[in-house]
Design a protein around this ligand. Structure first.
Ligand SMILES: *[C@@H]1O[C@H](CO)[C@@H](O)[C@H](O)[C@H]1NC(C)=O
Ligand SMILES: *[C@@H]1O[C@H](CO)[C@@H](O)[C@H](O)[C@H]1NC(C)=O
Ligand SMILES: *[C@@H]1O[C@H](CO)[C@@H](O)[C@H](O)[C@H]1NC(C)=O
Ligand SMILES: *[C@@H]1O[C@H](CO)[C@@H](O)[C@H](O)[C@H]1NC(C)=O
Length: 361
């Protein structure tokens, strides 16, 4: 099951290993940041995890419970026995809003959710407390503008699939994300049987999938011109928010993929156009199962006035009940469930409006 990385040897090893690394890195620090590459041992580690998760899913759980459901809705409640949401926290810092999340989960039965954390082991983070205690999965180094963020998300998906066959939805969350509704609102929304399509009784993933962004051509060629061919033609290349809520069926597709990963794991030549995690998931799912993706993210991000690829970060002076109501609004028929990014000092003002605004539906 889940365990924090054991590390009696780790500090000494890190020290020994870091000497050459330090020398190596001090000079390039002044130049543009080096992109870390994924080593063969790390790749093999991941593959073995994915194989285990795939094997369990097909032997045990299969598509019986959540995917190919019986042909009448009346059978659904017995077919989907107590489905859970897996909350996948992807972070390289402490979880700034953990007290808010504690409150989010406070009245909720453990039978309805699980928590998993991928925390960059190269960053010193104080041990997670409360409901986050011991929820860190074996994690590896992550870096912006590199495929390591894809790996981390796939590691979270596979670990959660393996850990509990009842995990039916997988929600990727960052340390800068906050909830915009109560847990039960979100849970009831996801498992609302009215949302199932009448023909195949299958739930959909909430992942943004866009094909009309002006930067798409540069991002497609970030690893070199035509490098993505033949696996991914430009007309198949998509972009979308990295923060998704996937069904188990789609989580399985993601960890099964080898073909697209071979291309997306290549280092970028052009770091300004390098956001692999914003392309891999939307491209893969739009190629494999577009009709079961809403093409819409449940996480509100404010790209107005974005700087350097970073979205607008909310600060305490901007917080108000009205902001929460505005962030919930969307162009889709349903509300946003989460929002990012918030600066860590938003915690107290958010806690003040938690019960009266955020968790009041
Ligand atoms: C099937 O699921 C059960 C219950 O979660 C688990 O204990 C068991 O190991 C799984 N079987 C396989 C073959 O992985
Ligand atoms: C938890 O339950 C208490 C008592 O029923 C209620 O007052 C409170 O608003 C609930 N908190 C959340 C976050 O739902
Ligand atoms: C989005 O960010 C801009 C500043 O970059 C701000 O003016 C605007 O109010 C924000 N939108 C919302 C809905 O908060
Ligand atoms: C709805 O879509 C329009 C046009 O794309 C956009 O300008 C607007 O900000 C969107 N509104 C919300 C609430 O997302």
């Amino acid at each position: 099951m889940i365990s924090t990385p054991k590390s009696t040897l780790f500090p000494t090893l890190t020290l020994l290993l870091s000497l050459p690394i330090l020398c190596f890195y001090i000079a390039p620090r002044i130049l543009p940041p080096r992109q870390i590459t994924i080593t063969l041992p790390d790749e093999l580690d991941d593959l073995s995890l994915f194989h285990k998760a795939i094997a369990m899913d097909s032997s045990n759980f299969s598509h019986r419970h959540h995917h190919r459901l019986p042909s009448a809705k009346s059978h659904l409640s017995t077919a989907i026995r107590r489905p859970k949401i897996a909350f996948l926290f992807l972070t390289n810092s402490q979880l700034h809003f953990s007290p808010l999340w504690e409150l989010f989960f406070s009245n909720v039965s453990h039978k309805q959710y699980n928590i998993y954390i991928h925390a960059d082991p190269f960053v010193k983070i104080p041990p997670f407390q409360g409901i986050f205690k011991s929820r860190v999965i074996p994690s590896k180094r992550t870096q912006r503008s590199s495929p390591t963020l894809i790996s981390a998300a796939r590691r979270l998906l596979a670990t959660a699939m393996l850990d509990d066959p009842s995990n039916a939805y997988f929600a990727l969350i960052s340390q800068h994300c906050i909830p915009l509704h109560s847990f039960s609102y979100f849970y009831n929304f996801l498992f609302d049987l009215g949302r199932l399509s009448v023909t195949d009784f299958e739930f959909s993933s909430y992942i943004e999938i866009l094909d009309n962004e002006p930067t798409l051509w540069d991002r497609y060629n970030a690893r070199g011109e035509n490098v993505m061919l033949p696996e991914v033609g430009f007309e198949e290349f998509r972009v979308g928010s990295q923060f998704f809520v996937l069904t188990r069926k789609h989580a399985l597709k993601v960890i099964k993929d080898r073909k697209l990963w071979r291309k997306f794991k290549l280092p970028c030549l052009n770091l300004d156009s390098c956001y692999p995690e914003e392309h891999y998931f939307p491209t893969l799912l739009s190629m494999q199962d577009p009709n079961k993706c809403t093409q819409f993210t449940l996480t509100n991000v404010n790209w107005t006035g974005s700087v350097n690829g970073h979205p607008h970060t909310y600060h305490p002076s901007e917080l108000s009940p009205q902001l929460i109501y505005n962030l919930r609004e969307s162009n889709s028929s349903y509300s946003h469930m989460f929002a990012r990014k918030f600066s860590p000092d938003c915690l107290n003002p958010l806690m003040e409006i938690a019960e009266s605004v955020i968790f009041k539906d």
